[in-house]
Design a binder for this molecule. Structure first.
Ligand SMILES: Cc1cc2nc3c(=O)[nH]c(=O)nc-3n(C[C@H](O)[C@H](O)[C@H](O)COP(=O)(O)O)c2cc1C
Length: 171
């Protein structure tokens, strides 16, 4: 029972979310491999895939979108869960709406679902242009990631994957 967890991150916050998902899956008894989307040659050999991306300007990052395009057929043949990391601020991180690409990806990959997790913004990690944009947008600095919610979501995935244990591995 192996699950691939892969996510595109620009400044590390999403990578840490992917890592937490992988650890929660492992602790729930599902072997999870964490890889960068552009390092994955194929998803054959995995019972399921968790694919995520940080959101910038309403979009997923190119490496996550490329991954979805390259492996579309194999992804459609196995359970896939998608997640976006982006909204920032408190008490309600914004934007509230999921990125528009999410619904399209769910349809293209026949994904089991998509979840948006709040992200983190550390202006010190940004390049000059991004820093200027973050200031103009008045983007609130801070770490808004909801680790218990990330764990609960991962445990639900583990539950579904474990329930499928007797089904043959998809091609
Ligand atoms: C220039 C810039 C643009 C952003 N645009 C969005 C956006 O459109 N939607 C969103 O939800 N979050 C947006 N964010 C917030 C990031 O997605 C958030 O900081 C995320 O945690 C970054 O993940 P990373 O560290 O893995 O790159 C933006 C952040 C920056 C700096």
């Amino acid at each position: 029972m192996r699950v691939l967890v892969t996510a595109a991150s620009r400044h590390g916050a999403t990578l840490e979310v992917a890592d937490a998902i992988g650890r929660a899956l492992s602790e729930a008894g599902v072997q999870a491999d964490l890889k960068m989307p552009d390092e994955v040659a194929g998803v054959e050999g995995y019972e399921a895939v968790v694919l995520g991306s940080a959101v910038y300007y309403g979009q997923w990052l190119p490496t996550a979108l490329d991954f979805a395009r390259r492996h579309r057929a194999a992804l459609s043949a196995r359970p896939v869960w998608l997640f976006s990391v982006g909204p920032i601020g408190a008490p309600e991180p914004r934007p509230v709406e999921p990125p528009a690409i999410a619904a399209q990806l769910v349809a293209n990959l026949k994904a089991r679902g998509h979840h948006t997790f709040a992200g983190a913004l550390d202006r010190g990690r940004l390049g000059l242009t991004e820093k200027a944009i973050a200031i103009v947008m008045r983007a609130p600095e801070g770490d808004y990631r909801d680790w218990p919610a990330i764990r609960r979501w991962s445990e639900e995935i583990a539950r579904v994957v474990k329930a499928r244990v007797h089904e043959p591995l998809p091609a």
